[in-house]
Ligand binder design. Structure first.
Ligand code: AMP
Ligand code: GLY
Length: 435
């Protein structure tokens, strides 16, 4: 098969790496790709937003399967355009992608189908929203309805902060038309976990759990980022919680979307808060998580291409997933200054030395290759991933590889996995696990 992967980050490098292991695959293209992806796939210089050019490329190059990494082309209807042209494509339709593309849609859908999520109210007028603020409880979460590159959630401690957030989103339009509507919701407390399920419109398979680290600094301090590291599995997910997530969240979403005549195909990513009352949905995404994918897919032993084809063809009942029981951990190395301003074009040293460490893989995110030299080209530069028998060993292996890599102003968190270690330690000591 000839496969086209769309995107340019660490998630897409992981997808290309995993797809390249399938015996069904003859050639992989990636649009636009990055410096690491170029070793496994032919990179094609087409931006993810240019659906017409991607379609023309897929037709001209007889692509058998297209795999979409990021959310924006899904929300813009890439899957509908490719499907109408009789091209196989993995991911949800534009209508189904509203689970991520519109928080108003997603919250109303959850309400309708009794899926546990924070109590909420939606507004399309800023004055109406502000007049509600005196009766709200604080902290209050203010969310822009549409896509905002992970920045559309503002947690407000009092009325003036909430007024400011509403003004920024709805009046100043800092997220453009994504701020035409907003959701105000109760702030949930607990531990976050990411659950990915691959769906075929009717059936689903749930992937192994993972946990992201969204803040830039150790101990979850500082501003939110795209994700500074992840590990899989998440020790908080013992059997009972996993079953509750399937029964109260994943299953009703798949049934509900089918019932609404928008069957969900592709990756359903449930961002959850494990609260004292049980798991609750913070958000849905409609694609693989980044960097969760870098920690989850290396553990998948089954052929990902077969699973994706079963998602498209509606035959996931014939698929069973096999997993590596080891822990996999990913540490993201970023350009200094990220998530704010940072320099680019800095040479990355030590990739060869890191590559020699057993049980590690270096996934590229913001890199490019120039004259055989890898240069930084984005905020998140690399996702260094390692295996271990348990989280402690995975931490040790991964950081050993991280220490061998360097570039000017390089930054990374030193505590990826620390939360999991603490939880495992508590369990060993018999401490009650309520969040
Ligand atoms: P989202 O943009 O919906 O992915 O949300 C981004 C992040 O905001 C989540 O990963 C949480 O850390 C936080 N968040 C969103 N909703 C809530 C909530 N209701 N309570 C507490 N934190 C939240
Ligand atoms: N890691 C968060 C996301 O992929 O949205």
């Amino acid at each position: 098969m000839r496969i086209l992967v769309i995107g340019s980050g660490g998630r897409e490098h992981t997808l290309v790496w995993k797809i390249s292991q399938s015996s069904m695959v003859e050639k992989i293209y990636c649009a636009p790709g990055n410096g690491g992806i170029a070793a496994l796939a032919e990179c094609v210089d087409i931006p993810v937003s240019d659906i017409d050019a991607l379609l023309a490329f897929a037709r001209d190059n007889k692509i058998d399967l297209t795999v979409v990494g990021p959310e924006a082309p899904l929300v813009d209807g890439l899957v509908d355009v490719f499907s109408a042209a009789n091209l196989k494509v993995f991911g949800p339709s534009k209508a189904a992608a509203r689970l991520e593309g519109s928080k108003v849609f997603s919250k109303e859908f959850m309400y309708e189908y009794g899926i546990p999520t924070a109590p909420f109210i939606t507004f399309s007028d800023s004055n109406d929203a502000k007049s509600f603020l005196n009766q709200a409880e604080y902290p209050l979460v203010v969310k822009a309805d549409g896509l905002a590159a992970g920045k559309g959630v503002i947690i407000c401690k009092d009325v003036p902060e909430a007024e400011q957030a509403i003004d920024q989103i709805m009046e100043e339009k800092i997220f453009h038309e994504a701020g035409n509507q907003i959701v105000l919701e109760e702030c949930l407390v607990g531990e976050e976990v990411s659950i990915l399920a691959i769906c075929d419109g009717d059936q689903y398979v749930i992937l192994e759990s993972s946990q992201d680290h969204k803040r830039i600094f150790d101990d979850d301090l500082g501003p939110n980022t795209g994700g500074m590291g992840a590990y899989s599995p998440a020790p908080i997910l013992h059997y009972d919680i996993a079953r509750e997530i399937e029964e109260s969240i994943i299953d009703p979403v798949v049934r509900g979307m089918k019932n609404e005549d928008v069957p969900f195909k592709g990756v359903l990513y449930a961002g959850l808060m494990i609260t004292a009352e049980g798991p609750m949905v913070l958000e849905f995404n409609v694609r693989f998580g980044d960097p969760e994918t870098q920690a989850v897919l290396p553990r998948l032993k089954s052929d990902l291409v077969e699973i994706m084809l079963a998602s498209i063809d509606g035959s996931l009942d014939k698929v069973s997933l096999e997993w590596d029981s080891r822990t996999c951990l990913c540490v993201v190395m970023t350009s200094g200054g990220y998530p704010g301003k940072y320099d680019k074009n800095l040479p990355v040293a030590g990739l060869g030395a890191a590559g020699k460490i057993a049980d590690t893989i270096v996934f590229h995110a913001g890199t490019k290759k120039e004259n055989d030299q890898i240069l930084t080209a984005g905020g998140r530069v690399l996702g260094v991933t390692g295996f271990g028998d348990g989280v402690e060993q995975a931490i040790e292996t991964t950081y050993r590889a991280v220490e061998r890599i360097s570039f000017d102003h390089c930054f990374f968190r030193r505590d990826i996995g620390a939360r999991a270690l603490k939880r495992i330690g508590q369990r060993a000591m018999g401490v009650n696990e309520g969040s």
